[in-house]
Every structure is written in C-alpha cells, then in structure tokens.
Ligand binder design. Structure first.
Ligand SMILES: *Cc1c(COP(=O)(O)O)cnc(C)c1O
Length: 429
C-alpha cells in the first residue's frame, strides 16, 4: 500500500536543482496528474518498491520493455554473466548474431537487421534509409503516433508532446516540418489524398500499426492492408514502428497479427529486456544500402552492446516458451473486462482498447478511432483515477495518452488487488 512519500519528496527537490524538471524524460515528472513522482528503489516481478518502502503493482513496466516483469531471474543471470566478461568491446560479439537471428526468425519483414541503442535511433535511421533508398524526401506520419524525438517525427506527436500540449516541438527547422505530411489514423482516404498530391516525392509512410502513444487505438478492418497497397502503388516504403507493439501485439508484432508486412520495421523496448536497445530491419536488398555495404551512414559506439543484447536475447527466449506471451494477453483481457465492468457499474464512461499484451483506457464516451477522438478524453478524471489507484498501490501511466502493460509475472493476486482498488476509485470519480 502506498502511503508516505517523504524520501521521494526530498529526492524530488534535490533532482529539480540539477535535472531539467527533475527528470531525464518528460512524462516521468507526473505533471499531467499533479503531485510529484515516486523514486524507485527496486522491483521484483509485477511489483515496484519506492524509496519510502511503498509497493506498487506496476502497469508501466519502464514504459513497456519489462514483459517479464522486474529483475526476471533469466535476465539477471544473462546480464550478470555478460558483465563479468566485459561491458563493451567495440568489436563484434556472438550475442549480436544470436539476437539478430532471433529477431529475423520472429518478425516477418526482417531478413537483415541493424542494432542501435534506442527506439529514437531506430526510427531516425529507418527514415534515413527510406529516403536514401527512394531518393525522395517527404514522409507521411500519422497524428498521435510517437516515434521518439526525431526532428522530422516530432510533428503532431503523441506521448509526452501531447501530454504537455506541444505536439510539434519548437527547435525544429521549418524545412524539416515541411517534409512531414500528417494524416489521421484509420483514415486511408487521407493517405490516398497525400499520395495523389505528392506521390512521386514521398519516401515513406511511418506509423505505429497499433498506436500506443495516444492511449491505445486499434486499426479498423482493412486499414493496414490499404496502406500497404497505397505505398506499394506509389513506390514509397511502408515503415511499421513496432518499438512498442513488437512482441506484445503478437510475437512477431502487429505485422504478424494483422498479416500485413511492411518494408521496414523499427523495434526497441522488449528487445532490450530493460536495457537500452533498438533495431531496424527489412529485406536484404534494403538493409544492404546501409553502411558498410551501402552508402547510407549510420553507426553507434555502444550499438550491439553485450549487456543489452544478453538482456534482449534472454527476454525473447523466455517469451518463446509456448503459451508465455499468450498468457500475458489472456491476463490483460481479464483485467480489461474487469475494469470495464467496474466503470459501467459506477456509471463512468470509458473506452477500453486492447491489442495483445498492451491496452489503454480512455475516459470518454464513444469509440476512439484516432488522435482527435483521443484528445476528447477527460484528462482531469484520468488524473483522479491515476492518483486514486496510486494511493492504493497500483501504478498506471501518469498520463491519459499512454498505454498500460502487463507482464508474465502479473497473476491472480495482482488482478484481485487491482480490481479491488478500481472498485474503490471509480466510486469517487
Ligand atoms: C518508445 C517509443 C519510441 C522511442 O523509443 P526510445 O527508446 O524512447 O527512444 C519510438 N516509437 C515508439 C512506437 C515508441 O513507443
């Protein structure tokens, strides 16, 4: 049960003197829900403990990566063994091959892959590759999707930029913003119109096939298929940003679940098992345009880092055990049905979305098909929900515009405790 936050408060004051807003990534500051964040001391399985000794059931899971929960024994062992052998070499290691082989085996569109250090790096590099491959500059981006803090993609961006009311960031040259055409999610007609107007100049369309950074929104039947058709027709590449949906929406990502294969995919989060990893991949022909085979430059001092690859590989190997990922999905479904029922009984309108092992809860009446719908949510009510749950030891994301996640370690006890807390909290909303 969460109670006092004295030590967190003291650390918060100290943090604010030396770190911008007290944090190293904006949404962590809890600004959208009031108050200040708790400081983590440790985590085990589905639970997180703060520096004051309060315990929380964790539905943020480091914003998605920890699909095996905190400090999973297999990940701890793999990273410990790797560290004892040396943290980084700057020459190739076998673990990089093993992680690449695993990604290629699991993700349909990938024949070759490049490992990087974050999701941001992955999307930045994939865009560069798409432009280099096509000789075109324009990109089509979907409103409310978040692809990290890449200049060209911080336009109508979800996640933090939306939470803080500046979906297009200052500091980005107008010439970059002009290269980015935005379209609403689930609107293939808008994509068709963009191609009709600029077809020969569009290098790629990038989107989260199942957006999880404006809350969670799912694709309308036929939408992804239509994007595949339009991009192919106009000689542009289709990039699925599966940094979040990879290994969560399906073992091979949304592309596997929905049977639509993009030209390039970007990955992150789960493939690092809690350590900093990203990746981008696609066909051999495309990937071989990247240096040192091709001329499109992209590099990284710590890319393919032994600790990160060990954590990622251990995570994917554990997830491959039959019924492991599916179990998380079933558990998430039970939680979603429970929350939905409780909201209904309390007379609070919510729109619940789920795709595999990720989900979202919008506080609004009616369906959410795109960013504009998501923005109509009652963010004040969400803040009340968030704080009420937190006080009862349940940690959901500190913003309406984020997904929530389960792990293999969330079980009956967590389900019961979460629903019990929700019953209390929904009565106060
Ligand atoms: C988290 C996320 C990113 C950015 O990854 P970082 O590791 O934070 O740079 C990019 N795309 C999507 C879909 C994400 O969810």
């Amino acid at each position: 049960m969460a109670g006092r936050l004295e030590k967190s408060r003291a650390l918060w004051d100290r943090a604010n003197r030396v770190l911008v807003g007290g944090v190293n990534s904006p949404v962590r500051a809890f600004k959208a829900v009031g108050g200040h964040p708790f400081f983590a001391a440790s985590g085990k399985g589905a639970r997180l403990r703060d520096v004051d000794g309060n315990e929380y059931i964790d539905y943020v899971l480091s914003w998605g990566p920890l699909i095996l929960g905190h400090a999973h024994p297999r990940v701890v062992e793999a990273v410990t063994l790797a560290l004892e052998k040396g943290a980084s070499f700057g020459v190739p290691t076998e673990a990089e091959i093993a992680l690449a082989e695993k990604i290629i085996k699991l993700v349909p569109c990938v024949e070759k892959v490049r490992l990087v250090n974050s999701g941001t790096e992955a999307t930045m590099s994939a865009i560069r590759l798409a432009r280099g491959a096509t000789g075109r500059d324009l990109i089509v981006k979907v409103e409310g999707c978040y692809h990290g803090h890449v200049d060209d993609l911080l336009v109508a961006a979800g996640s933090g930029p939306t939470t803080f009311g500046s979906p297009t960031s200052p500091g980005i040259p107008k010439s970059h913003i002009e290269q980015t055409l935005t379209v609403p999610y689930n609107d293939a007609k808008a994509v068709e119109a963009a191609f009709a107007a600029h077809g020969g100049k569009i290098a790629c369309m990038i989107l989260e096939p199942v957006p999880g950074n404006m809350g969670l929104v799912t694709p309308a039947p036929g939408y992804l298929e239509e994007l595949r058709r339009l991009t192919t027709k106009h000689g542009a590449l289709l990039i699925f940003d599966e940094v979040m949906s990879g290994f969560r929406v399906g073992m091979g990502g949304a592309q596997q679940r929905f049977g639509v294969t993009p030209d390039l995919v970007t990955l992150g989060k789960v493939i690092g098992g809690g350590l900093p990893v990203g990746a981008y991949g696609g066909s051999v022909a495309l990937m071989d345009l990247v240096s040192p085979v091709g001329k499109i430059y992209q590099a990284g001092t710590l890319s393919g880092n032994p600790l990160a690859t060990a954590a990622g590989l251990a995570t994917l190997e554990e997830l491959e055990i039959p019924d492991t990922r599916d179990r998380v999905e079933r558990w998430m479904t039970e939680l979603g049905m429970g929350l939905h029922q409780i909201a209904k009984e309390a007379g609070i309108p919510v729109c619940l979305g789920q795709a595999g092992a990720m989900a979202g809860l919008f506080f609004r009446d009616g369906d959410v098909m795109n960013y504009q719908d998501a923005l109509k949510s009652d963010t004040k009510r969400y803040a009340k929900f968030f704080n009420g749950m937190l006080e009862r030891g349940v940690y959901f994301a500190p913003s309406q515009f984020e997904a929530y996640f389960g792990s293999t370690e969330h079980g009956e006890a967590e389900l019961d405790q979460t629903l019990e807390a929700a019953r209390d909290v929904f009565r106060t909303l």
